[in-house]
Design a protein around this ligand. Structure first.
Ligand code: DGY
Length: 320
């Protein structure tokens, strides 16, 4: 039987199916694998299932004489050196589609939480400080009827746009490849330049993959184009935003608020962010529903099974 390394414990039903098909080595815990553990594993396995916290770089791949596939338990695969893997004939796969709706829903949870100051309001109640209804207490901003700007109009960006129709929003987007007129019409979304998007949006939300062209895409200059009442939502990858510039913008009132599910150096969260009341901070839970996580696990399993059987992987990723 082929040997498969799992860097984390996956949902129970997925683990059961893995165990029926392969000899498993690896982890039964939910804590990140250390570099030493990854190095030890790659030396002996045919396949690896890794999470976004595991860095699969050229050095690691060089030490993997039997490795045929690295299956990432996520849609984002910026933690894997795909070019180095491809050079060694190792297939890299991800888990698209099955987490689109869960991530779009969480994006909307953040949009509403930031606009309506929900965490602040909840804290007031829990801390026993609420003294009753008041005309000017905890006022937020309307979401319905506002302009939503979407950076990256792939699957998740589109799912976010679909949900905006219920809020009667004006939806703008920026994407390297504009969508065709039919898709734009169906989504009620209009493509614009990044500068136009930043200037026109009340709420900006990021849904682009992290790669060389998107790292630091939103920096000081871009943040200064957003209106002072605007807010930024990021459920994609932390490093797409220049974090010090974002913090400065929030501290100085250049930007009204932010909702973040992702950070450049997870799980580290900058203490200056923790001190800001106008920021909602989540621990990277975009795809964290029971349904999505099981489907992601099953996709990882199917991709590994296909490659080890000599078939084409359903979700092979290419070099960006
Ligand atoms: C992804 O899939 O890239 C998410 O960030 C983790 O679920």
């Amino acid at each position: 039987m082929a040997i498969v390394y799992l860097s984390r414990c996956l949902p129970e039903s997925v683990m059961g199916e893995f165990a029926r098909r392969f000899t498993l080595i690896g982890r039964s815990t939910d804590h990140p694998a250390t570099r030493a553990e990854l190095l030890e594993a790659v030396a002996v396995v045919d396949a690896m299932a890794v999470t976004l916290a595991d860095h699969v770089d050229a050095e690691l791949l060089q030490k993997a004489p039997r490795l045929k596939v690295v299956a990432v338990y996520a849609v984002g695969h910026d933690n894997v050196d795909v070019a180095a893997a491809t050079r060694r004939g190792i297939v890299v796969t991800n888990t698209p589609e099955v987490l689109t709706d869960a991530t779009a829903d969480l994006t909307w949870a953040l949009i509403l939480a930031v606009a309506r100051r929900i965490p602040e309001a909840e804290r007031l109640v829990r801390e026993g400080k609420w003294e009753g209804w008041a005309p000017t207490q905890l006022l937020g901003g309307d979401v319905f009827g506002k302009t939503l700007g979407i950076i990256g109009m792939g699957r998740i960006g589109r799912a976010v746009a679909q949900r905006a129709t219920g809020f009667r929003m004006n939806v703008l987007y920026h994407n390297p490849h504009p969508l065709g007129p039919d898709v734009e019409r169906a989504l009620g979304a209009q493509g614009v330049s990044l500068a136009q998007l930043l200037q026109a949006s009340d709420i900006l939300t990021i849904h682009t993959p992290l790669n060389d062209s998107t790292r630091g895409l939103i920096g000081k200059a871009e943040l200064s184009l957003i209106r002072r009442t605007g807010c930024l939502i990021n459920t994609a990858r932390g490093a797409i935003v220049d974090e010090p510039a974002l913090i400065e913008a929030l501290e100085q009132g250049v930007l009204a608020g932010a909702g973040l599910d992702v950070y450049p150096e997870e799980p580290r969260v900058n203490p200056r962010l923790l001190a800001l009341p106008n920021v909602v901070l989540l621990p990277h839970i975009g795809s964290a529903t029971h349904e999505a996580r099981v489907k992601m696990g099953m996709l990882v399993l199917e991709n590994i099974t296909a490659v080890l059987a000599g078939r084409e992987a359903p979700n092979r990723v290419g070099v960006a």
